[in-house]
Design a protein. Structure first.
Length: 217
């Protein structure tokens, strides 16, 4: 039992160090005088079907939620658990959703940017600084920094990546009930072999992105 306790304490310390290392940007801008720092990220730029979803999350100062990381590095089960923890602990969070028809109309980059603005606008507490994963938001007056691989380097952006991913996955599971033949609950609209085979067999459905699926019969 003693060895088990030491092992658990070691894991907890390692996780705390990891989360502290992901809080460097937050600490930097809090020292600069900012209080409500929002992390911004998206999910769903690559799929052949469904919306792109962005999330904005403002965490309390010093928040170190165990397990928070780039959503792609976390299992679906753990993302769902963390979604509830982040929702309960954050100062504010909001999602911005742009559907497949608008993606086709304005392209995926512009749709992603629009989703991010919607997420920021949906926050109940106005942020005074933005940490954004990769994308630059040039039309906002809020000071910001765009961080390449921000979902792995900033705890706020990582939290946003989880909220965006879970929100989108839930949408795609609902779509699976309407169009079960495509397997949306399994692949969430990405171009897996299963999804490609279904497109070739059944054609496109209402939520497929036409600009992404010009190969379809």
């Amino acid at each position: 039992m003693k060895n088990l306790k030491i092992t658990n304490e070691g894991k907890a310390l390692k996780e705390k160090i990891r989360l502290e290392s992901m809080s460097v940007y937050e600490k930097k801008y809090r020292l600069a005088g900012y209080s409500f720092i929002a992390g911004i990220d998206e999910a769903g730029r690559g799929p052949l079907a469904g919306p792109v979803v962005a999330a904005a999350v403002i965490l309390p100062q010093g928040s170190l939620i165990t397990g928070v990381n780039d959503s792609k590095k976390i299992s679906e089960k753990n993302r769902e658990l963390l979604y509830d923890v982040i929702k309960n602990e954050c100062i504010s969070w909001a999602a911005g959703i742009i559907d497949e028809k608008e993606i086709d109309s304005i392209n995926i980059l512009n749709a992603t940017i629009k989703a991010m603005y919607k997420a920021i606008g949906g926050l109940s507490e106005s942020p005074d600084f933005l940490l954004i994963d990769a994308v630059k938001l040039e039309k906002t007056t809020i000071p910001s920094e765009s961080i390449i691989r921000g979902d792995a380097l900033s705890i706020s952006v990582a939290a946003a990546s989880i909220m965006a991913k879970v929100t989108r996955d839930r949408i795609m599971r609902e779509y699976d009930k309407i169009w079960p033949q495509y397997g949306f609950a399994a692949h969430k609209g990405y171009g897996t072999a299963q999804h490609m085979d279904a497109i070739m067999k059944y054609g496109l459905c209402e939520i497929h992105r036409r600009s992404f699926t010009r190969f379809a019969p």
